[in-house]
Design a binder for this molecule. Structure first.
Ligand code: SF4
Length: 294
């Protein structure tokens, strides 16, 4: 007969450790692999709904939130939501394209534990292929990195790079550019991601023009480790994303990733916790039992 402790350990988990929330689908950029909502979906739920959502998950054990794309700095009440999360004792991560960071950092960064900034090329033109859109965010990311290191010593900084066909031969040059622009590499985390062939734009990322093999990503990561021994770096392969994300979109719909029998990731729907929290928790228990969100 199982002891009560064993029963607890074997019981299905009813909450994600981390919840990713996209409070808007809007963004100034148009990345091919974007997991966010289509950009025409704006802010559908106001701040009280998002605060209630975080409180509900936090009561059940969720202890971290990631503010992710659509672009979170386009949400006027982001500072209030981030402050609420901190008051609940949650760890907060802001994943932003940096376009609005210089204008808005005063209000939001005091409530952010980890800032994630994307840089996908060592030059503006390469970055622009990866991150097309109305605005060039290349310089804004570098300026944002220096701004955080200079002014927010308690905020960790993660530079994120998606590895795809257009930049695979350039990724190892990216930290050098940061260093040349004054970023102290020993104070950042550098995280690389193999582009995932899922999401709203999967028809594009799942092509020879965009997808990259696991071996190619491992080679890039090895070169990065050799060239920048004082910089902490990690590589996320998409085969390791099963159950990693519990993302709530602007409409309140939740979704995540599972790896199918062929080793390919697929998006799974996880209910709508804004409308029916119990149903969404049951789906987490069903699909994510034994897995850890990041
Ligand atoms: S910057 Fe982020 S939210 Fe905007 S399109 Fe790119 S991946 Fe999506």
């Amino acid at each position: 007969m199982a002891t009560s402790e064993q029963s607890l350990n074997n019981s299905p988990r009813m909450h994600p450790d981390t919840i990713d929330i996209s409070m808007t689908g809007s963004c100034q950029l148009d990345c091919q692999w974007c997991w966010g909502d289509v950009h025409k979906i704006g802010i559908e739920h106001q701040q009280d709904s998002w605060k209630n959502l975080l409180s509900s998950f936090n009561e059940r054990g969720t202890n971290a939130v990631v503010f992710t794309g659509g672009e979170p700095l386009m949400v006027p009440f982001l500072p209030e939501i981030a402050q609420h999360a901190k008051e609940l004792g949650m760890r907060t991560t802001l994943s932003t394209n940096a376009v609005l960071l210089a204008r808005k950092h005063h209000k939001v960064l005091p409530f952010i534990d980890d800032l994630g900034l994307p840089l996908d090329g060592s030059t503006s033109p390469i970055n622009k292929i990866m991150r097309p859109g109305k605005i060039d965010n290349f310089k804004k990311v570098i300026e944002g990195a220096n701004l955080v290191l200079d002014n927010y010593p308690d905020t960790e900084l993660t530079i994120r790079t998606v590895i795809a066909r257009p930049n695979v031969n350039d990724v190892a040059n990216i930290p050098e550019v940061l260093s040349n622009q004054g970023v102290n590499l020993s104070r950042i985390r550098y995280k690389m991601y193999q582009v995932e062939p899922i999401g709203p734009r999967a028809t594009i990322t799942n092509t020879e023009a965009w997808s990259v093999e696991e071996d190619e990503c491992l080679e890039v990561a090895e070169e990065v480790s050799e060239r920048y021994p004082n910089m902490h770096n990690t590589l996320q392969l998409y085969k390791n994303t099963s159950g990693r994300y519990f993302q709530v979109g602007a409409l309140g719909n939740a979704f995540g990733t599972l790896i199918d029998d062929d080793g390919k990731p697929k998006t799974i729907e996880l209910g709508n916790p804004m409308k029916d929290l119990s149903e969404s928790l049951a789906m987490i228990a069903l699909y994510y039992s034994g897995l850890d969100t990041h």
